[in-house]
Design a protein around this ligand. Structure first.
Ligand SMILES: [Zn+2]
Length: 255
């Protein structure tokens, strides 16, 4: 973690302690912090937990693990888990409950393995029960190969929990490998290191590429009261045309 990030973290936790502590209107369903409201990012105001840094997608993912069919006990507890681009707060929860837990990343340091999600030949077939990759595939040149690799290393009956940035109401995923200029990528895909912008066809791509059965979980699965309390949906919609207002958790099942 860099000096700036550390300083930001300190300021955030101070803000949490002194300025946002009451009244207790929102609660992070991951770290249990409670307060007036969450902090903002340049994409979305009031969405980031000042204590653990969780965003809407992380809290939605955690909420999804409360659903009967995808419960924490069924998907995480006692399982063999591979976690790509691991978020600290999720990492701690998964590591404590899993039978085997490995973190991996191709570009960022701090993970146990340097691993390309599109080429995981260091693992034999059927190695893991669960793979978690939040906002990873948009960085991967051959995402179809990545989906096939995810399917291959999962054991039959295993799950992948995936999130990707999506342009709201875009039907078909858009990519153009000829766009290589970081500024152009930022303008078209939303970030300088993103290689595509996903549309509503993401679950179909997963099915076609690798044969996954995909369940899409969004805030509509949960009571309105819980959505507001845990901020499972942005309280203020971003007007940025590339913002993902309508976050979804994709739970891909290998039969
Ligand atoms: Zn939190």
């Amino acid at each position: 973690m860099g000096v700036v990030q550390k300083a930001k973290g300190k300021i955030n936790s101070l803000a949490a302690r002194f300025y946002l502590a009451s009244p207790k209107i929102v609660q992070c369903n991951i770290c249990q912090w409670e307060g007036k409201h969450f902090l903002g990012t340049h994409w979305h105001p009031y969405t980031v937990c000042p204590n653990c840094g969780s965003a809407v997608r992380h809290r939605l993912l955690f909420a999804a693990l409360n659903l009967k069919q995808f419960s924490f006990n069924n998907l995480v507890a006692g399982k063999k888990i591979l976690h790509f681009a691991p978020e600290n707060i999720l990492s701690t929860k998964f590591k404590n409950a899993a039978a085997k837990y490995i973190t991996a990343d191709l570009l960022r340091s701090g993970s146990e393995m340097k691993l390309d999600i599109a080429n995981m030949s260091s693992f034999p077939d059927n190695t893991f029960d669960l793979l978690v990759a939040c906002d990873v595939l948009e960085h991967v040149p051959d995402h179809i190969k990545a989906m096939q690799e995810i399917h291959r290393i999962l054991s039959p009956g295993g799950y992948a929990i995936l999130t990707v940035p999506q342009k709201d109401h875009l039907a078909t995923t858009f990519e153009d490998p000829s766009i290589v200029d970081p500024k152009e990528r930022e303008k078209i895909f939303g970030q300088a290191d993103h290689l595509r912008i996903y549309g509503d066809d993401f679950p179909q791509i997963l099915t076609q590429a690798a044969g996954f059965t995909v369940t899409v979980v969004n805030e509509s699965e949960f009571a309105e009261e819980l959505v507001k309390k845990h901020v499972l949906f942005p309280p203020v919609l971003s007007t940025d045309p590339l913002a993902t207002n309508y976050r979804k958790i994709f739970i891909a099942h290998k039969s």
